[in-house]
Design a protein. Sequence first.
Lengths: 194, 573
Amino acid sequence: MSDRQRHTFVVYVEDKPGVLNRVASLFRRRAFNIDSLTVGHSETCSTSRMTIVVETDLIGAKRLEANLYKLVNVVRVHDITQVPAIYRELAMVKVTATTETRTHIMQLVDVFRARVVDVAPDSVVIEITGTEDKIQGLLEMLRPYGILELVRTGRVGMVRGKRSVVVDPADLTGESNVATDDDKADDPNISYSV
Amino acid sequence: MFNVRTGAQIIWEALVREGVKTVFGYPGGAILPAYDAMLDYPIRHILVRHEQGATHMADGYARASGGVGVAVATSGPGATNMVTGIATAMLDSSPILCITGQVGSKLIGSDAFQETDVTGVTLPITKHNYLVSDVDEIASTIHEAMYVARSGRPGPVLVDITKDAQQASTELQWDPSDVKLPGYAPDRRASQAEYQRAAGLINSAKRPVIFAGHGVLLSGAMRQVLDLAERTNIPIAMTLLGIGGVPAQHPLNMGMMGMHGEAWVNAAIQEADLLLAFGMRFDDRVTGNLKTYAPNARKIHIDIDPAEFNKNVTVDVTLAGDLSAVLDDLSPLVESGDRAAWLDMIGEMKGDVAVRDIQNLPDSGQLYAAHVINDIWRMTDGKAIVVTDVGQHQMWEAQYYHHNDPRTLITSGGLGTMGFALPAAVGAKMARPEAEVWVVAGDGGFQMTMAELATIAQEKIKINVAIINNGYLGMVRQWQEFFYERRYAATPLFSPDFAKLAECFGLRGATVKVRRDVEPTVELARADERTAVIDFHVEQEDTVYPMVPAGADLHNMIRRPSLAPIVETADDD
């Protein structure tokens, strides 16, 4: 498929045991490959927010959205791929650093606007926040020095401006299940659980 | 503390308030408190011989009644035995509620005796499931589970209740109001623009075909579909699970489509310029090769589940929602028409179909499954509820028993579960005791769940069983004949004397080997107050025609060889 690309979904789910398992299981069951999945608290208590990145085509993205809505615990799904949004990821990198190389590494850290958060006699730990590209760039530069350990959080995303994917509190009481807000009006194909 | 109940009592209290009168189950350690409490409630419990049977019975009950069927089992093996029945209900959108006992909440995760992570096991094959370990959540969970099972696109829901929650006591809180779930809104409506686009396509279509799927029955849209078809003169093709949604004898009803559908129905689909898919999902058994499927047709897809849109077949217009509601909105926009040229063309495609019909072959004294099923159809005036198993007999049933009424064919379509028929028929009979219920099963599938004959005997249930016995796992044998050079690996099948088997359960048994014995034996079976099992020894290497080989083009069907001379038979069409 020519229109395959990385789609970013913001998914609000009820904060209940097993919900992450249900979401992850859906991707496996429908043969979608998760690039990354992050989950944490949202601005609304009792609701968690996931950012899920999947490579698929447009029809696949629509089907995925419809399938996510079929999960009873999923409150809201928003494919933010086509709207202006900010994406960030955090990484921590432990790099071999000798007396000779430490200065070079520090310079790279400055250029990438990263931070050194731990220094040991033979290593440093660097924290970097940014897009995946930026993190990838730093990693390329650090690789010759010897990367000892790497951890990445995966992508989180947020739509720019006032337009948001915030859960309508009415949704949480179940009073406003029929599509009413702007996002849904924009998109006649948006689907809900059945 | 007036309303104090144990969790076990609350289970039944909730089920009774939900209108449940019959449950199918099997007791065990972790569900014992619930069973103890059951005796005090107006519940008919059917003791099965295997928990798979309980789920199929609940499924048959749901399909025959349109309500929710309920199955009960204990933890561990009791619950895992339900898996096949749950998956069957899932793929055919059948609303069942499974209640399982779970080990005490303090033991969860300890690999305790008969502990299984049942919510984990059934996660991908349930519409939703719950683990309840708090007695205060039992009533609301059952209320919610029943709602989830029957609303929107129906499906199986499992509620796993720990033993300590069943034993604990609390004040009964019953809130009968509508369930409100933040992320669950089964009533979707498409936009006006989509209705306009759909109507435009229909009004300009010269060669349209309506596809009537299971959704027609689930939505109760039989009248709307027929009204639309009659007003526009659009012919109808049915999926296997759509059978009964449109009367078989209606002149616009062409019959079944797909792998073993009528050849001329498939030919019409390939010629069509518009497909109107009503509550069906373009299963691979219906489409054949997707690359050559209905190449000239625009497609309108109406389904309550938007996840079905563009899954297998890319469509032009999607209308999400409950079929009868969508058709109520769509019909006023659709213009009447006679489409005489298209109907004439379909008449021509029908061509020599009668010549090839096995009913019209000379009586050679051999007994064919098609004879048996056609005779049962005639003798029951087409009014029986027929519950089939899976395989050749299932396709012959679909071809030769002509259903005019909804919910009279009950069959495992999506999952193709052998062993489904006998227990599902018990469920159907419990749902509609006044109806005549027939099982049509093969010798293979029947042996998978024939232990339920004991259930039938114990509960004094009256159904009739026709075993289409050809000594093979017939459908697999047919595939071996066509695609594996007749190498019959593991398909020849020994069977016991089914008539004697029935008799040793105290039921009626009979064996039929020639066609002239079909009618009198069926008559005696129907008249007997006991369940009757008739073992029909049919032609061993008979084949289901026509056939689209898996993945082949829909119009390239293997046809029954045309044999002369042709004789006319009176009643068969």
